[in-house]
Design a protein around this ligand. Structure first.
Ligand SMILES: [Cu+2]
Length: 148
């Protein structure tokens, strides 16, 4: 019985974020007030993961928001969304012109070649820390209204 409880505890522990892989993380260099972070979220588990917020350490930006792009007429507009869902067994790409983590109120420029730390917060309560490399301003497609 005791063994079973220990086993159960272990299963609960690993189910939080271990089935989720965060890859291809990057931000684009900017001198503007806002920046954007992109990545691929891959869910190899058997239940949904939901990204509900993100955090950066104070000196970088005032806050982070989860954004998507919607088409209104001929223009792409960013819209704040409450969460990004990653269904079991699938992957979701955050990329220029689509979903992204928005850095609001940048307190310093994002300089190509530098990195910063980002914490991804999931609905399960799991926090995943990633290091974000800063790529050139036009990295991966140029058609994004993410800057300023
Ligand atoms: Cu945005």
């Amino acid at each position: 019985m005791k063994f079973l409880l220990v086993l159960l505890f272990c299963v609960l522990q690993v189910s939080a974020a271990d089935s989720l892989q965060v890859t291809d993380v990057f931000a684009r260099a900017t001198n503007g007030k806002n920046g954007a972070v992109f990545m691929t979220l891959k869910n190899e588990g058997n239940r949904m993961h939901k990204l509900i917020s993100a955090k950066v350490s104070d000196p970088i930006a005032e806050k982070c928001e989860l954004h998507t792009h919607v088409v209104e007429g001929n223009t792409y507009r960013m819209r704040k969304i409450p969460s990004i869902e990653v269904p079991a067994g699938s992957q979701v790409q955050l990329k220029p012109g689509g979903l992204h983590v928005m850095l609001m109120g940048l307190k310093k420029h994002l300089v190509q070649g530098q990195t910063f730390d980002l914490t991804l917060v999931f609905g399960s309560g799991a926090n995943v820390n990633v290091e974000v490399p800063i790529k050139s301003a036009g990295a991966m497609s140029a058609s994004c209204g993410c800057q300023s």
